[in-house]
Design a protein around this ligand. Structure first.
Ligand code: GRF
Length: 234
């Protein structure tokens, strides 16, 4: 089987990139990371790529370069590695339709909250300030809005009374590292369809049994398939 070709765009630490690379190396994600791109000169994330011998490119915005010109230049560089999907993993830029139009319905992002709650920056601090009992992460397709695209998978993390933005961020990050590779594997298996701004996951008629993390639900369905038992909605 041809591996799904992924380009990953990063700005910083790169722990989601590492989780994706680890999932590829471990066989849980049937994909190939064909390039890592950044708007920064030398983000820590590049080190994870180099350890796996994935080529990296710093595509730094020029001081007087317009957003549209930069996005067109970035899209051109990314296109050169012929990705089938573009994975945003901590990219600290909002991409304009100039970039998104080059990869229609093929750009994914992870956000550290249960969208549509807490869009934008500092989502974990927003969750702590709001006093919610649960937050989590969302993998979604990217559209022209900020954190508004069709939702693929979400995982839940509890929020405790003594949490700070930092402690909550760490708990959510552990969920992110499971959820992003799982969503990309669904894409690799060709199971994702966008209909009316909602993502349908085709899983051979199997339905979730109870409301849980969608990533755990997906794992349960896969496990039940692997066991050969076909279980419908109960
Ligand atoms: C993550 O919290 C992700 O949800 C957000 O940016 C952060 C990136 O972290 N979009 P890392 O660079 O993957 O460690």
């Amino acid at each position: 089987m041809e591996l799904l070709r992924l380009a990953v765009l990063v700005s910083g630490r790169g722990s989601n990139l590492k989780a994706i690379l680890d999932a590829v190396a471990g066989g849980a994600l049937e994909a190939s990371v064909v390039g890592v791109f950044s708007d920064r000169v030398e983000p820590p994330a590049f080190e994870w790529a180099r350890r796996r011998r994935v080529p990296v490119w710093a595509v730094v915005p020029g001081a007087t370069e317009s957003r549209a010109a930069y996005d067109a230049r970035l899209a051109g560089q990314v296109r050169d590695v012929r990705p089938q999907a573009v994975v945003l993993a901590g990219l600290m830029r909002v991409l304009s339709p100039v970039f998104l139009g080059a990869f229609p319905d093929r750009v994914l992002n992870i956000h550290p909250a249960l969208l549509p709650s807490f869009r934008g920056l500092d989502a974990q601090a927003q969750a702590v300030a709001a006093g919610v009992r649960f937050s989590g992460c969302t993998v979604h397709f990217v559209d022209a809005g900020a954190d508004t695209g069709p939702i693929i998978l979400q995982s839940v993390a509890p929020v405790y009374g003594q949490d700070t933005a930092e402690t909550l961020a760490a708990r959510i990050l552990a969920k992110e590292h499971q959820t992003y590779p799982a969503a990309l594997q669904l894409l690799a298996e060709g199971r994702l369809r966008i209909r009316d701004r909602r993502v349908l996951i085709e899983w051979d008629g199997r339905q979730p049994r109870s409301p849980r993390d969608s990533v755990l639900e997906w794992q349960w369905i896969k496990d039940s398939c692997a066991g050969g038992s076909h279980r419908g909605q109960e």
